[in-house]
Design a protein around this ligand. Structure first.
Ligand SMILES: Nc1ncnc2c1ncn2[C@@H]1O[C@H](COP(=O)(O)OP(=O)(O)OP(=O)(O)O)[C@@H](O)[C@H]1O
Ligand SMILES: [Mg+2]
Length: 331
């Protein structure tokens, strides 16, 4: 079922419950009843976010089915392009939408773990034993409605140890593929082309490639594309799920030019997301407080906007993955 069909289903449910547009608008926090009317029209393209509010107003829960578990790695060897923020915030948002999500922090810096409020870890809780001793991945931590395999600074040792193990570079791939019970696994790779980042990329079905709308982001792209080609020797079907446009500042001329050039050149390779806007106050707070952006207080206008943007990108990703939506409303 696509979003349009879902909207039709919710309309039927509203009619069945005998609720007026005004009641749904009030319960769902819509600005007025015409926003709800618009949502029901067949020629509009509803967003998952608005349908989710609509469903809440009806007391219906949205659900979606992925045919099989999808493993995605945020990959870009350039530093500071928002790999970790993307994994953290999309992970939380997808979990809020009902997906069973596992996040894997494969970066010894541990920013993803910190960003989810996890500070104290042991090496046994990380990907280390799966890579070195080919053990199953450890029992994950439960944070903010999702599961996390955290990082530890000593993961750094893997950069030296992986090359000394025969086929060591594929051990993470093998371990992740044995997982069960998840819809989506998101792996945060470190900013390098070294063995850990390569292991993380090769573990994926598809990559999420964050690109900031500044020159550094664009410059990294040709290397990313060359790397994808070489990763395919170990992961033949590896593709790019989505280019995630990050840290976009519309007040800056070269950001606008970069966005135009991204939109002109990249869609022939993979879809380009709607932009995540540059909002240091929001993102710095999330990282410092160890609370993902989607869980910050939405009464702050900047936070609210960032949450909406992240929700849009999550929907774009789900669309790309061919997700089927449904509801728990009785027929
Ligand atoms: N939309 C945004 N607006 C403002 N700041 C942002 C935004 N997205 C990310 N940041 C900030 O940019 C910095 C880098 O982001 P992040 O850590 O997610 O990037 P990364 O690619 O994982 O970095 P690294 O390469 O070091 O692993 C962080 O301080 C983060 O809070
Ligand atoms: Mg990072």
């Amino acid at each position: 079922m696509n979003l349009q069909d879902l909207s039709g289903l919710l309309r039927l449910e509203r009619e069945k419950q005998g609720l007026s547009f005004i009641t749904v608008a009030e319960r769902g926090g819509f600005s007025n009843e015409s926003a709800v009317r618009r949502l029901e029209r067949e020629d509009t393209n509803p967003t998952l976010r608005s349908l989710q509010r609509y469903a809440n107003a009806l007391g219906v829960k949205l659900s979606f089915n992925l045919e099989r578990m999808t493993i995605l790695t945020a990959f870009n060897h350039a530093g500071g392009v928002a790999k970790t923020s993307t994994v953290r915030d999309l992970g939380v948002t997808l979990a809020q939408l009902g997906a069973k999500v596992l996040l894997i922090d494969a970066d010894p810096q541990g920013n993803l773990s910190f960003g989810l409020g996890v500070r104290e870890t042991t090496l046994d809780q990380t990907i280390y034993p799966a890579i070195i001793d080919e053990l199953p991945l450890p029992k994950p931590l439960e944070v903010h409605g999702l599961h996390l395999i955290p990082s530890h600074l000593d993961l750094m040792q893997l950069e030296i140890k992986i090359p000394s193990i025969i086929m060591g570079i594929t051990n993470l791939r093998n371990a992740v593929r044995k997982l069960e019970g998840y819809d989506i696994v998101l792996i945060d790779a470190p900013p390098s082309l070294a063995p850990i980042a390569t292991s993380a990329a090769i573990a994926a079905d598809q990559l999420l490639v964050p690109i900031p709308t500044k020159s550094k982001g664009l410059e990294s792209l040709s290397t990313v594309m060359n790397m994808v080609t070489s990763f395919r020797r170990a992961a033949p079907t590896l593709g790019i799920a989505l280019f995630v446009v990050t840290q976009f500042d519309s007040r800056i001329g070269h950001h606008k030019m970069a966005l135009e050039s991204i939109r002109a050149s990249l869609p022939r390779i993979a879809p380009v997301s709607s932009p995540l806007i540059y909002r240091p106050s929001v993102y710095d707070r999330a990282q410092l407080e160890g609370v993902p952006v989607p869980l910050l207080d939405p009464r702050d206008e900047a936070v609210k906007r960032s949450i909406e943007e992240i929700m849009i990108v999550a929907t774009e990703l789900l669309e790309r993955l061919g997700v089927n939506y449904g509801t728990n409303a009785p027929d």
